[in-house]
Design a protein around this ligand. Structure first.
Ligand SMILES: [Cu+2]
Length: 481
């Protein structure tokens, strides 16, 4: 009898006192790949008592170590924080869910198999405890994305398993997000898809300086141009572009990007023959260029597909005064817009390794129709590749190479003349290889970034004579919210 009473007392006084007025439902353990050393437990706890309940720990025969964690946003970075207690006020509920509170279940002693049940004991500050049967389930990724998985902006991966979501891999990806080389070098057009509901604003300043002139792979002189029968030659040209862009991620796979450039061009011409031989004359044009609307589709963590439309919002009949003071249409390279609806295709790939990263992008513009002046710019294809190395937490250095191929102007403007090679439709195609160097800077504790990249051609094969760039630079600023 004494033994029996002792036993009863033991049962009632031990930690295993059943927690009163606590309901647990939806108790789920995330199914993990076999290699995983941890997983997460989720449930809904409702406290029907008049008193606050404080969850302080959990234990199980199946996991050697269990912690209470809370995932939270710190700036733009998702962090998991260990909690010593979680309080559930009287008559209220608390949901343990992905990207919120969860039980971090570590060091399983056996295999975690789908649909099996594992008992976990939840222990409260009062000494009460409750045994809960957790069911191991494959968790629906899409469902997860609907929860406020607003971690990082661009690392979304709906294919990632729970391990990556709640475990160590997550930390790895967060680290990538914080890397200065996470974004492409400033000279690489376009970007990657972002995390759902993220908005990004960007401003990029690009400048290019061009000299006269090149034909096939050689530099040519003014007398060569004169020898072809031209009475004028371009001498130099500068092009400055202020690119405004905004991106919005509808979901984790699809981001829409709108870009519009404000372009300023200046060209110096020289009269080669006649009365005014040797006279220099400057023309300029400026204005908003063509608006492009581009969809970025995330193929995988590393790859994006890009399809867009260029809308002819830019002027393609820019005029300026010629040497005789007459207002005339400027030649093809001085126009601001294309006057045509064009298709844009692209693909990019980026791999981030521990100490460096690399990537490449293919970009193509296909033009279909002629503009109302009777011509169109040539199609273009570009391949950009780069390697980046972080120099510090916030600064990275990149080297890269671009290969750019552009076709000749098609059709013929009614306003053209035969005095200068810039008006000749056959002197616009080129194959140009440039080498680039750049820096990316990520502002500490924010998602704002600055990048600069400059390059110079190392190989050119052109239909000419046409002007050739001696250098180009891009400075980009972006901020994500
Ligand atoms: Cu955790």
């Amino acid at each position: 009898m004494k033994v029996f009473i002792k036993l009863v007392l033991f049962v009632f006084l031990s930690n295993n006192t059943f927690a009163s007025k606590i309901d647990i439902d939806n108790a789920t353990i995330r199914l993990m790949p076999a290699s995983a050393k941890m997983t997460a437990g989720y449930f809904r706890l409702s406290n029907q008592d008049d008193k606050e309940k404080v969850l302080v720990s959990a234990k199980s025969d199946f996991f050697k170590h269990i912690e209470i964690h809370h995932s939270m946003k710190d700036g733009d970075v998702m962090k998991m924080v260990k909690k010593n207690s979680v309080s559930i006020p009287p008559k209220s509920e608390l949901e343990f869910k992905p990207m919120g509170y969860h039980l971090m279940l570590m060091q399983p002693i056996g295999k975690i198999l789908e649909n099996e049940k594992i008992k976990i004991t939840l222990i409260f500050a009062s000494g009460e405890s409750t045994d809960v049967q957790f069911v191991i389930r494959k968790m629906n990724h899409m469902k997860m994305s609907k929860m406020d998985m607003e971690n990082d902006g661009q690392c979304s991966d709906m294919d990632m398993d729970g391990m990556k979501m709640d475990g160590m891999k997550m930390g790895g990806m967060m680290k990538n997000m914080k890397r200065p080389d996470f974004v492409f070098p400033a000279g690489v057009k376009g970007g990657k898809s972002m995390m759902a509901k993220k908005i990004m604003f960007g401003y990029k300043f690009g400048t290019m300086d061009m000299n006269c002139c090149r034909d096939s792979t050689n530099s040519v002189t003014e007398s060569f141009i004169q020898g072809l029968g031209f009475t004028m030659t371009p001498v130099d040209m500068t092009m400055d572009m202020h690119m405004l862009s905004t991106m919005y991620a509808f979901n984790n796979k699809f981001t829409l990007m709108a870009m519009i450039p404000y372009i300023e061009k200046e060209m110096e011409m020289k009269k080669l023959t006649g009365m005014m031989a040797g006279k220099l004359h400057k023309t300029s044009s400026r204005g908003f260029g063509d608006l492009s609307i581009t969809g970025l589709y995330k193929l995988s963590d590393r790859e994006n597909l890009k399809v867009g439309l260029s809308i002819p919002t830019g002027e393609f009949n820019e005029k300026d005064h010629n040497m005789s003071g007459v207002l005339k249409t400027l030649p093809y390279p001085m126009q601001i817009g294309s006057g045509t609806y064009d298709l844009i295709f692209g693909y990019n790939y980026q791999k981030i390794l521990d100490h460096w990263s690399y990537g490449f992008q293919i970009n193509a513009v296909k033009r279909f129709d002629y503009n109302s002046e009777g011509w169109k710019y040539g199609d273009r294809r570009e391949l950009s590749g780069w390697m980046s190395k972080p120099l510090s937490n916030n600064l990275s250095l990149s080297i890269g190479m671009d290969i750019e191929h552009k076709d000749n102007v098609k059709g013929r403007s009614a306003n053209r003349n035969t005095m200068t090679p810039t008006w000749n439709e056959y002197f616009h195609s080129h194959l140009r290889v440039s080498s680039n160097i750049g820096l990316n800077y990520k502002m500490p504790s924010s998602m704002s970034r600055i990048g600069i990249q400059c390059g110079t051609p190392i190989y050119q094969d052109v239909d000419g004579p046409q002007m050739e760039p001696d250098f180009k630079c891009n400075i980009g600023f972006s901020s994500m919210m």
